[in-house]
Design a protein around this ligand. Structure first.
Ligand code: DON
Length: 304
């Protein structure tokens, strides 16, 4: 497959929509990012890299971090994790509180904010400095040391994290957070503020395209069964209340973030990441979703 030619074709087709959508502004520091960025990368299991545009520019990964905190939390807890977090799409916005009351403080899935706060809580129990553990895990997956979290973005989100705080206190009242709420929110805001490029992220997800084994070293990070389940969760819950439409249009497991990144994978073949900061109303990158839709149309590589 000539992925380089395909990426060029995608950028050409997408040119009219790059810059459309709204850059996330509820985290003030994210509102300063230009909506004109567009980057895309494909990293194959054999290590081959194809990229276009701003694919090597680091951006705020935001909720894409939840994919990696889920892997880490699974490594800590195994299947016991599912006693505290569900596995169903929520059909609601990523920051919604409504289902928590009826469902006794158990979040629908690990990729909505409530679920990700429980993941951060698990990491707070396991690690003295959880955000450092997440950064180190991502350095290992991306294969280089130059990965950090942006302190200004983390502070900007922490200063305005009133809704996440409400969710966290609510879950704590049901006993579903073990650590102090402030500590969990600090860890959460910091791992959301990690910066990585499309190339870094596409490489970091290749182990999930490779049945849980890190392609470069052969190290197994998850069982094949756990990797399959994680891919299924990405497909059903990774793009929030747009997950059904995303599966319909794109047909790949994917995880998005309000920084404008969407990280997807083709099982058995490659990681694919796109970044374009303008968002559609559900919080997914507008041009990014279209780029991935075009990717599966041109390559015929969807899971269906
Ligand atoms: O909790 C928040 O609001 C952000 N740090 C992460 C949200 C996010 O990326 C949701 N994505 N679509």
């Amino acid at each position: 497959m000539d992925y380089s030619a395909i990426l060029h074709e995608i950028r050409e087709r997408l040119a009219p929509v790059i810059g459309q959508g709204r850059v996330a502004s509820y985290i003030p520091e994210l509102a300063t990012v230009s909506p004109q960025h567009f980057g895309m990368a494909v990293v194959c299991i054999d290590g081959t890299v194809h990229s276009i545009g701003d694919a090597d520019v680091p951006f705020s990964i935001q909720s894409i971090s939840k994919l990696f905190t889920l892997v880490m939390a699974l490594q800590c807890e195994g299947d016991a994790l599912w006693q505290r977090i569900g596995r169903e799409p929520s059909g609601n916005p990523f920051n919604s509180l409504v289902q928590l009351e009826h469902e006794h403080g158990k979040p629908r899935n690990p990729f909505i904010n409530a679920g990700a706060l429980v993941l951060s809580d698990i990491l707070c129990t396991r690690y003295a400095v959880p955000e450092t553990a997440v950064v180190e895990f991502l350095r290992k997956l991306a294969g280089h040391e130059n990965i950090h979290y942006d302190r200004r973005v983390a502070k900007s989100e922490r200063d305005t994290a009133h809704r996440n705080a409400a969710m966290a206190y609510f879950m704590k009242s049901f006993g579903n957070l073990k650590n102090p709420v402030g500590q969990v929110l600090d860890a959460y805001c910091r791992h959301c503020a990690i910066e990585m490029s499309c190339i870094d992220l596409a490489r970091a997800v290749t182990f999930l395209a490779n049945h849980g084994v890190l392609p470069r070293s052969g190290e197994r990070l998850l069982t094949a069964s756990a990797a399959k389940r994680l891919n299924a969760l990405m497909l059903t819950c990774g793009t929030y209340d747009a997950a059904g439409d995303f599966a319909f249009r794109v047909g790949l497991p994917a995880k998005s973030g309000v920084g404008g990144g969407i990280l997807a994978l083709v099982p058995g073949e490659c990681g694919v990441c796109v970044w374009s900061p303008g968002l559609e109303p559900s919080g997914n990158s507008l041009a990014g979703s279209l780029a991935l839709e075009t990717f599966t149309t041109l390559t015929g590589r969807s899971i269906f």
